[in-house]
Design a protein around this ligand. Structure first.
Ligand code: SF4
Ligand code: SF4
Length: 496
């Protein structure tokens, strides 16, 4: 039983318990598609050409931008296309990508890691290795791991987030049971890179096997496992930090900028691979779950594999399906299975099509307020967002909403509250952008006015100086003429 608790949250049972909890290793795919933009911001630029042969682990795209990590091939074969491919999102947005056709050989580059001699490298060199291995936060955010770690260097305690908290996603549980040694070693590497004194692994209290395995593996007295409540959404970073360290991360700032590092457990395993073995991030564990599947499972797959190939292994029913990516609660609905697994794909939920409950009027029951783990007032936020009152919504801390969906989940009127909050946040962003643009054009206008005024003043000064010089010249000429006339008169007078 966990000794920690927090206000709000909801207890959601996994509606589709996995009947195969171990990890199924999927052979390399025949074709892999790599999306070069895994989150907001810059895209990596291809470093290969169509027709070029590549090995597993070879860098295929890079970027100078520190917030964009390199991409490595997860199969050996030939580059077959460099074009735009859709990301797993309802928007249908396409991003630059590289496609590789397999040669069936699974031919790797030679790997060179630090082995047992991690401390022969400086912490900064370790962070550079993490960057070069293309590691991003694998819990779903996709934030570059090296940026987060660099920002938290010197943090006393680091938190390893193993609370996937989404009821239908079990990839972290599977990872902890399969790779406990690699995880603990990865934590030690992370502690060294951050020069931290302590690491806490936060695991949901019902993941008993994982807790036992980790505890049996830990030999370092500075690493411990803390069981946290199974309530959804314990895994939210700021919530977890408050729960374990009693530290509040202010609105709009990252935990790392407050000297706390919270790193997802799959990311820690990837750090072990990168630093100890020298292996870049080319695979991950994905949960494939849902009511339409006969054989839901956790699969260890190569990045770039297709959704449909992986889902096929779980034997979906012949009926039409609803597909959701990234979790039952915080994931997004996507129209089909024509996507590829990327570094942040933690789960694919395949359900039979359900009749959607119709949204009805708010009955002011306050249930949403009771479950909000951030202590917000979702009912009020709903009214403000619905009426585009961004000022009021912001004064009720809309930006603090972690979009966990607890409020929508309990709402008896089936109001998609999170969608309203996402809309409200987008509106605030748009207004801020417009204000910024207006401030910039005002600045430009004022500068133009200032410049014109300065030119006028300079011209007036120049004209006045010219006038004065002309006047002085004319006076001098007059003076000279008078002197000449006087001299002539003197000469004439002499002659006379
Ligand atoms: S739970 Fe739904 S119906 Fe109840 S107050 Fe909140 S928004 Fe209104
Ligand atoms: S989605 Fe936002 S408002 Fe709703 S419960 Fe979660 S944090 Fe609170």
């Amino acid at each position: 039983m966990s000794k920690h608790d927090f206000r709000g949250g909801v207890l959601i049972e996994n509606p589709y318990p996995l009947n195969q909890l171990s990890v199924v290793e999927v052979p390399p795919p025949k074709k892999a598609i790599y999306l070069l933009k895994q989150r907001e911001g810059a895209s990596a630029k291809p470093k290969v050409k169509v027709g070029q042969k590549v090995k597993v682990g070879q860098v295929i795209a890079v970027s100078n931008n520190d917030y964009c990590v390199p991409m490595h091939s997860s199969i050996s074969g030939v580059v077959s296309a460099i074009d735009d491919q859709p990301i797993a999102h309802s928007s249908g947005l396409k991003v630059p990508s590289i496609s590789i056709e397999s040669d069936g050989k699974d031919d790797w580059i030679s790997l060179k890691g630090c082995g047992e001699e991690v401390d022969k490298c400086t912490p900064d060199e370790i962070i550079e290795k993490i960057r070069n291995a293309g590691i991003v936060g694998m819990g779903g955010a996709g934030f570059p791991a090296h940026v987060k770690i660099k920002g938290a260097q010197g943090a006393k305690t680091i938190i390893i987030n193993a609370t996937e908290c989404d009821p239908a996603t079990l990839c972290d549980d599977a990872l902890m049971r399969k790779y406990p040694e690699e995880i603990i070693k990865g934590i030690e590497v992370l502690m060294y890179a951050c020069q931290s004194q302590k690491a806490i692994i936060a695991v949901e209290e019902d993941k008993v096997d994982a807790i036992i395995k980790l505890n049996q593996t830990i030999k370092n007295k500075n690493i411990c496992v803390e069981a946290v409540p199974i309530k959804y959404s314990t895994g939210a970073e700021k919530l977890l930090i408050k729960l374990l360290l009693d530290k509040v991360i202010p609105t709009g700032s990252f935990a790392s900028s407050s000297g706390v590092l919270c790193q997802n457990i799959a990311t820690v395993k990837a750090i072990y691979d990168a630093v100890v073995i020298g292996k870049p991030l080319v695979s991950r564990i994905v949960t494939v779950n849902g009511s339409a599947l006969k054989n839901p499972s956790n699969y260890e797959v190569r990045i770039g594999s297709s959704f449909s190939d992986i889902v096929k292994k779980s034997k979906p029913s012949a009926n039409p399906h609803e597909i959701r990516v990234g979790g039952m609660m915080m994931g997004v609905d996507v129209p089909d299975k024509n996507y590829s697994i990327c570094k942040i794909t933690s789960s694919i939920i395949v359900d039979e099509i359900k009749i959607k409950q119709k949204e009805s009027a708010c009955i002011r029951c306050s249930k949403c307020n009771e479950v909000c783990p951030i202590n917000l007032l979702p009912q009020q936020l709903f009214w403000f967002c619905k009426s585009d009152n961004t000022k009021k919504a912001s004064s009720y801390d809309l930006q603090d909403c972690i979009e966990c969906g607890c409020c929508s989940y309990v709402c008896p009127s089936h109001i998609p509250l999170v969608e309203y909050f996402q809309y409200g946040k987008a509106l605030v962003k748009k207004e801020l952008r417009e204000q910024e643009l207006a401030a910039k054009s005002r600045e430009r206008y004022e500068f133009k006015e200032f410049r014109l005024d300065r030119i006028k003043q300079e011209r007036d000064k120049m004209m006045a100086e010219k006038k004065a010089a002309l006047k002085a010249k004319m006076a001098k000429e007059k003076d000279n003429k008078a002197k000449i006339a006087e001299a002539l008169k003197r000469v004439n007078d002499k002659k006379k």
